[in-house]
Design a protein around this ligand. Sequence first.
Ligand code: GDP
Ligand code: MN
Length: 377
Amino acid sequence: MNIHEYQAKEIFTAYGLPVPGGKVAGAVDEAVALAEEYGLPVMVKSQVLTGGRGKAGGVKFCESMDDVRTAADAILGMDIKGHTVHKVLITPAVDIDSEFYIGMLIDRNTKRVLLMASAEGGVEIEQVAKDTPELIFKHAIDPRFGLLDHEALGMGLKLVPDDIKKARQLGATMQKLYRAFVGADASLAEINPFIFTPTGEGHAIDAKVNLDDNALFRHPGYEDLRDLAAEDRSERKARVAGLSFVKLEGNVGCLVNGAGLAMATMDLVKYYGGQPANFLDIGGSSNPEKVVNALTIILEDPEVKAILFNIFGGITRCDDVAKGIIKATESMDITVPIVVRLTGTNETEGRALLAKTDLHPAETMDEAVQKAIELAG
Ligand code: GDP
Ligand code: MN
């Protein structure tokens, strides 16, 4: 789950990271009132779930109340890379002397939290990684020990080789960020930029955190951080229905049991020249209600011209699955053709049930996929 800068900053603050105060406003007058509370200058910052806001005009430095009014008015309602701004963060502006990048993510190669840091802060780190990868320093953190003092200081010194005081501050920031990362069950945490003022004070002036969906159950409070307005409508419906769903651009709707089989199905659709409309894992159940939910979500997409069921009956028997599909499709008004491939336990019984319907049965995965692509046109 992706959260907003102001929410990430709340987590950072709880872990002792130096974040300038701030509050969000949804209207111009509210923004001005907050600026009066903090005193000038302030930053007016769009809160959208995407990066590069500064470049897009969604981050403004304001020296007067008129500036605040103009900036809030311009930014609220602005579209940034397809995201509409509903809230702005008002935060005291700080003087920037130097900017750094400090980030962490889960690295699948080392199977550790990877700390990345660079003195090329404030710019898009993806660009730095592409143009000058040698300017990004990396350290895979050993989960048994965490980020040890000498390791943190070593990383700090790579960023500021001749300033031990700043190197210590940067190192301490990395250690706090690691504690926040682990404590919040994040999958990504970034400070870009971490800045020093001319008098040497350090501040995390931007914050980006992705939370690991699989660990949300450990943090009941985090559910409130979800921005429902920013979530794709069908993906939200699927999440509430307990389905694992990702919307894609194609026209073949896919209902598959098991994430691996769902991936293989999408691969095969592409292999035969088609485009999957979605990833969907309906899990190991033949429950007609689940099938109805899944079909409803898929059919909300007007691009979908054919539906492909690819079901492997293991513990769930194929005849039960067939009954579930038949019951679900009979209760709905579906105009697009449906291809069903059932294999596994009791497949003969399952296929016999399907033969009595106008669903299109298929025996092999190749046959099913090709048929679905053909029917989708
Ligand atoms: P992003 O563009 O989405 O990454 O948004 P940021 O929060 O990183 O803001 C973009 C840029 O605005 C930063 O890199 C800074 O250069 C500038 N900025 C943000 N906060 C301040 C501040 O308090 N003072 C000053 N002078 N500039 C700031
Ligand atoms: Mn930034």
